[in-house]
Structures are given as C-alpha cells and as structure tokens.
Ligand binder design. Structure first.
Ligand code: FAD
Length: 346
C-alpha cells in the first residue's frame, strides 16, 4: 500500500511514525525546506491534556493521549524530554470549579493528578506561589521540533514539496496533516488559523529556581540552558508568522501576574510566531474524508498537539490498516470530520 502524508509537523511526522511502526512505508511531503517549519517548530513546549470538568469522550481522548505520549517519549533519546511536573494554577473561581471537577471526575490516580494547596504547590515549584494548583507530576516539557525529527527518523521525506493538488500524488492512501492548510483540500471543514508567539527569556537568579512547568493564562517552563520559554499568545483568525515585541510584552506581563515573585527585568533572547489550526469545537479532526476513498485527515490540534497528534496517528494507522481501533467509538465519533456534516448527510 502506497501512503503519502502531507505536512512535516507533529501531525504528519507522528502519523508517518505510527504507519512505519505498523510495517508500512509512508512518504512524507513537506512544503518547507525541513521538518517542523510551522506550529511544531518551537524549541520547547509544555505537554498537558486539555482539561474539562466532566469525564466524557473528550477527557477519554486526552487521557489516552497523555499516557501514550509518556510511554513513547521514554523511548526517544534526543527530544529534550523533561518530565519535571506541571502545576496548573487556580487563577479564578471558574478555574477553581473546573480543575476541582477535573481532579474528581477524570479517574486518574493521585500519583498522576492531584490538587495542591498554595504551600504544597510552592514546594513543588521551588518558588513561593500565590495560588493552589492542579498538579500533574509526570507532565513537563519536550522539544516539539526535536520530537518531529525523532518521529520522522527513517521516513522517506521530500522537502520543498508544497502539494497543490492531490492529483500530483500517486498513492493509495493520502493523509492531510498540513495544519491550517488542510482547508485548501477540504474547505468544508470549519478550521480557523490561530496565531501564537512564544518568547524565550534569560533566566534570572530568582527564576532559575523554578523546578516545574507552570500553566496559567499562558505557561512558563523551567530554565533549559539558562533560558525559559514563555507562551503563548492566542490570536484567532490571524495567520501572520511575523514575530513582534508586543507579544513578548504580553507573555512576560502574564508571567509576572501569575508569579508575582518574578518582577525581574527579563531579557528576551528570542521569539517565534506560528499558526495553529483550531476547529469549531476546539477538538482535533481525525479520520477519513468519506467523499474520497483513501483520503484521511489529522488537524485541528490547537494548543495541545504535543499530546493529541500521537494519539491521532495511532488511530489513523488502525483505520488505514483496518485494525480494531485503539479508541472507543464514543471518541472516534467526536474526532471524525463527519461531525461537521448536517445530520441528514452523515
Ligand atoms: C506559539 C505556539 C506555542 C505552542 N505551544 C504548545 C505547547 O506548549 N504544547 C502543545 O501541546 N502544543 C503547543 N502548540 C500547539 C502545537 O504546536 C500544534 O498543535 C502542533 O504543532 C500542530 O501540528 P501540525 O502538524 O498539525 O501543524 P504544523 O506544525 O503547522 O505542520 C503543518 C505542516 O504542513 C506543511 N504544509 C502546509 N501546506 C502544505 C502543502 N500543501 N503540502 C505539503 N506540506 C504542507 C507546513 O509547512 C507545516 O510544516 C503551540 C503552538 C504555537 C503556535
């Protein structure tokens, strides 16, 4: 079976990896000069599930994705994986309700997810915090850019190959994994570009003490080689990849608001802007596009692609090979592109 994957970001590379693991030999086509030129190109990212108050297909997807990713990261050597733990700060009443219900309803053991009061959270962070938090001891940081390289190791990859028409490709199966550009091939899918920027700041004496990843209305990672990654701005319907200093100021000001201990003058070391793909219901779009046999999609990974793309890849490999699915029907249904079709057309 000839398989072509369009896009060399996390979604495309993870799909290629899972196909290869299943004994297939996919070809990967990337518009840019190398892997991870789009949203997946940051040096450091923070991985945690997208929380929801209730347990349901969404939480089941992110739970499965989280544990699959943990198992996989362990096997890669050069992805800068740091399972340093993540604290999700309870910043207001809404977050308080949501995270308390997540902890109560998701069914994770306390060794994987637990609520900490302010003192306990401060101990974990190695820094005084003003808030209680939901703690995921095995969450942390990884390099998305290096993860793409690890997934695509040994995959036939073709660079500077922007595919304009599917007729250009001779394959039995085509997987659209090109982020927001999936709209070019499947304009019926409700995808929105969401621009975002991360800012890398030089660690100060105080900030260097931070020992885990912290999430609030943004996130900060512990210093790696003296540099923290602070992210990320969120601008729906903007598709510019130009970095700007206003976004740096926004990232730093949110950091200072969340961690009042850190009122330091931070030196910006670098910044990078890119465009996420977000679906109308903010959930990934994964599965066959039924209008054309052999055509599949994986996109809409929003701000959670470090976890969701690998799980999506495993599911696509099952679908392509006609194996029993790794996820229950309740989950595959809410991932399916079909969910956006009017009921009578499904
Ligand atoms: C600033 C920022 C910070 C983020 N931080 C985090 C984080 O901390 N944790 C987390 O989990 N997620 C984070 N995300 C989200 C995560 O990066 C995305 O969910 C993920 O990268 C999406 O991967 P993708 O492969 O779908 O898209 P992309 O990485 O954008 O890959 C799509 C690829 O397709 C290629 N392409 C486009 N058109 C064509 C074509 N016609 N033919 C061939 N190739 C084509 C593009 O060049 C690109 O390389 C962040 C995103 C941004 C923007």
């Amino acid at each position: 079976m000839k398989i072509a994957i369009l896009g060399g970001g996390l979604a495309g590379c993870a799909t290629a990896f899972k196909c290869k693991e299943a004994g297939l030999e996919p070809d990967l086509y990337e518009a840019g000069p190398g892997l991870a030129g789009g949203a997946s190109g940051n040096d450091t990212g923070s991985y945690s599930p997208r929380f929801s108050a209730l347990r349901g297909p969404e939480s089941d997807f992110y739970s499965a994705a989280y544990f699959l990713a943990l198992k996989q990261f362990e096997h890669f050597d050069y992805i800068d994986w740091n399972p340093c733990g993540a604290l999700h700060l309870i910043t207001d009443e809404k977050k308080d309700r949501q995270l308390r219900r997540t902890a109560a309803n998701w069914g994770w053991g306390a060794d994987h997810m637990r609520l900490l009061d302010r003192e306990e959270a401060s101990k974990v962070a190695n820094m005084e915090l003003q808030r209680a938090a939901l703690y995921l001891p095995h969450s942390g940081t990884v390099s998305p850019r290096k993860l793409c390289a690890a997934y695509a190791n040994g995959i036939s990859s073709y660079f500077n190959r922007p595919i304009d028409s599917l007729e250009e490709i001779d394959a039995d199966v085509i997987v659209l994994a090109c982020g927001p550009a999936v709209s070019h091939f499947a304009p019926e899918l409700p995808l929105t570009p969401v621009r975002g920027q991360v800012t890398e700041i030089r660690a100060t004496e105080r900030s260097a003490r931070l020992s885990c990843s912290i999430s609030y209305e943004g996130y900060v990672t512990p210093a790696k080689e003296g540099v923290h990654t602070v992210g990320a701005t969120f601008q729906p319907s903007v598709d510019s990849t130009l970095s700007d200093t206003e976004d740096d100021l926004e990232n730093i000001s949110k950091l200072k608001e969340a961690l009042p201990q850190l009122q330091d003058e931070f030196e910006v070391v670098s910044h990078r802007a890119a465009v996420r793909a977000s679906s109308r219901d903010r959930f990934p779009i994964v599965g066959p596009l039924t209008d054309r046999p052999g055509l599949y999609v994986t996109t809409g990974h929003g701000s959670y692609g470090l976890l969701s793309t690998l799980m999506a890849a495993e599911l696509l490999a099952d679908m392509i090979l006609d194996r029993p699915y790794c996820l229950p029907n309740s989950v595959t249904k809410i991932l399916s592109p079909e969910r956006f079709k009017p009921k009578q057309d499904r």
